[in-house]
Design a binder for this molecule. Structure first.
Ligand SMILES: [Zn+2]
Length: 299
């Protein structure tokens, strides 16, 4: 699958904290709030379900919200656990994950990455060397060991069952994990605890992914979404319907601009975002281009 040009994380970081941030939602970005304080962190840290426990990495920022959620998955009382997204290369955090597993007399059977972004994957190799566990990822560059990660794979460890769902869109290598026993889905960055993610993959893929997750949530009566950043979401259908509506509304704006004569991303931006600070136009243009790609793909 073709990779689009990289998203302007650097640009987003430069804008972080400025008044410009308020306008980002108009471009389909909705990071919405500054990194959480200690109170919010303590609510996220330790949250979860019977089989999933969150350990919050200390890397808050505009792009990572409160920080990256590392998940420990295991059957109650079982020794073997799966660790999802060890997080950034932060020795203190990785050590805390190791200690938390040890405190339940556990053993890390495997490490799973929801996608390649460094705030999820950066610490994976170091965590693997601390635990001796293999790293399973869609992207071969991020694997350690023989096993990849494919749609339909069932991860088992100590009686735990986690089903792998390919959910491209945030990135082309994104996966979610469905825990039937807890009626919970680990969403990585495909669905966030607040706001909506920036897309580093294709919008067409992302819309299909949202429809797929929505169908799963309805068919299996999913009770909770466990995101890669932010707090758990206990009303999956409302969350997913909101995501789908948000993307459709943005697309309608672009289509209206095209109907009014705009031909390029720049021309769409000039029409739709005329009143917005020009410093933000490159971000808007990047986001609009993703939507134009989608419209072209859809035909
Ligand atoms: Zn990401």
């Amino acid at each position: 699958m073709a990779r689009r040009r990289p998203l302007p994380y650097a640009l987003a970081r430069r804008l972080a904290g400025g008044p410009a941030l308020r306008h980002l939602a108009r471009f389909g970005w909705n990071p919405v709030r500054a990194p959480g304080g200690r109170g919010e962190m303590s609510e996220i840290d330790g949250m979860g379900t019977e089989r999933a426990t969150c350990l919050l990495a200390p890397n808050p920022s505009m792009m990572t919200l409160d920080g990256t959620n590392t998940w420990i998955l295991g059957e109650p009382g079982a020794r073997d656990v799966v660790v999802v997204d060890p997080g950034p290369k932060d020795r203190v955090h990785l050590r805390r994950v190791v200690d938390t597993v040890a405190a339940r007399d556990g053993r890390v059977a495997s490490i799973v990455l929801t996608h390649r972004h460094p705030d999820h994957s950066g610490g994976a190799k170091e965590f693997a060397s601390m635990t001796g566990a293999p790293v399973r990822a869609v992207d071969p560059e991020h694997r350690l060991g023989d096993e990849g990660l494919t749609d339909g794979d069932v991860l088992t460890a100590g009686g735990l069952e986690a089903r792998v769902l390919a959910v491209p869109g945030h990135t082309d290598d994104s996966v979610a994990l469905w825990l039937p026993a807890d009626r919970a889905v680990l969403t990585g960055d495909t669905v966030l605890g607040s706001g909506t993610p920036v897309l580093d993959g294709s919008l067409g893929d992302y819309l299909r992914t949202l429809d797929r997750l929505r169908a799963l949530a309805a068919d299996e009566d999913v009770a909770t979404l466990l995101p890669g950043h932010g707090y758990r979401l206990d009303d999956p259908l409302t969350t997913l319907d909101g995501y789908i509506r948000h993307r459709r509304e943005r697309l309608a704006q672009v289509e209206a601009a095209l109907a009014a004569g705009a031909r390029t991303a720049r021309e769409v931006v000039e029409r739709v975002y005329a009143d917005v600070d020009r410093k933000l136009w490159p971000v808007a243009e990047w986001s609009v281009q993703a939507q134009l790609d989608y419209l072209a793909e859809r035909g």
